[in-house]
Design a protein around this ligand. Structure first.
Ligand code: 2HA
Ligand code: ZN
Length: 276
């Protein structure tokens, strides 16, 4: 059967638009940031002959839990700025082999490119999120500016950081009631940072990498993008609040409880004072 041009695929279009948006926001300078998006086989089949493997790509960790699954990923060393003009060079569609150690490349990553250097953190995070939410599809990493800045100036306890973000914009508690997790500073691209990130992803969809950036997880592009931009907006407000001389009044814990009730969300246990 004749295949439809892959550039018309909704998931390719979403990757093109999202990387352009993220670049425009200034969170993905140079080759900063990466996205992996789990696809169903039936989404891919109208566009690609899935028996036609272009090349095999080895991995440095075991992703056998993801065997047979398809992902569209950003390429290692590739610039988000360039994705829209040349998706085939900057993106790739891969399938995890049964051995969990090799990827089948089905499209893209032309000129011998490979998937994002953060593939361990992405795949380990997919495994963690799928274990708590079978509908999770996307892991996104970027260098959201104000969140990154806050990792220098703010107390790095998860409770303290989460509370500050919840207090900076009324919608934050509703958007990420489970809070934000934080890992130690670790070398990017390693299995170690992948394991640390994935362990946190069991509890929260947002994980801060101090002095580096943010990881987000979601069921679709709007969820994960919305999650990161809401936290980033709160971090930006915090930056202005500090520049304006600091907090004089804030959203109280009682207010946050009212919000949780109104929107039917459960705040992370122990992050709020007891209701009065
Ligand atoms: O892909 O952002 O963390 C470049 C990075 C590494
Ligand atoms: Zn990064």
């Amino acid at each position: 059967m004749k295949k439809v041009n892959i550039l018309a695929a909704p998931f390719v279009q979403e990757m093109m638009k999202t990387t352009a948006n993220l670049y425009r926001l200034g969170w993905d300078e140079r080759n900063g940031g990466n996205i992996s998006y789990r696809l169903d086989e039936k989404w891919v089949q109208p566009f690609l002959d899935t028996t036609n493997v272009i090349r095999e790509i080895p991995m440095i960790f075991d992703a056998s839990i993801l065997a047979g699954k398809y992902f569209i990923v950003t390429g290692s060393g590739k610039y988000f700025k360039n994705v829209k003009d040349d998706p085939e060079a900057n993106l790739g569609i891969v399938r995890v082999q049964e051995n969990g150690k090799t990827l089948d490349l089905l499209w893209g990553l032309s000129d011998n490119a490979v998937p994002t250097s953060e593939l361990p953190a992405h795949f380990m995070s997919h495994i963690a999120r799928l274990s708590v939410d079978p509908d999770n599809r996307i892991i996104m990493h970027n260098h959201a500016t104000h969140l990154l800045a806050m990792s220098f100036t703010h107390d790095l306890s998860e409770k303290a950081l989460t509370r500050t973000l919840w207090q900076m914009c009324t919608e934050c508690l509703v958007v990420f009631p489970e809070g934000v997790s934080i890992i130690p500073w670790l070398v990017p691209g390693t299995n170690e940072i992948g394991e640390a990130t994935a362990a946190k992803m069991l509890e929260t969809r947002l994980v801060l990498w101090p002095q580096h950036g943010i990881y987000g997880a979601g069921r679709d592009m709007d969820e994960v993008f919305g999650l990161i931009e809401t936290a980033e907006k709160a971090a930006q407000v915090y930056t202005y609040v500090c520049a304006q001389g600091g907090v004089k009044q804030t959203i109280t814990d009682d207010n946050l409880w009212l919000l949780a009730d109104a929107f039917g969300v459960t705040p992370h246990a122990d992050y709020l004072d007891e209701r009065v």
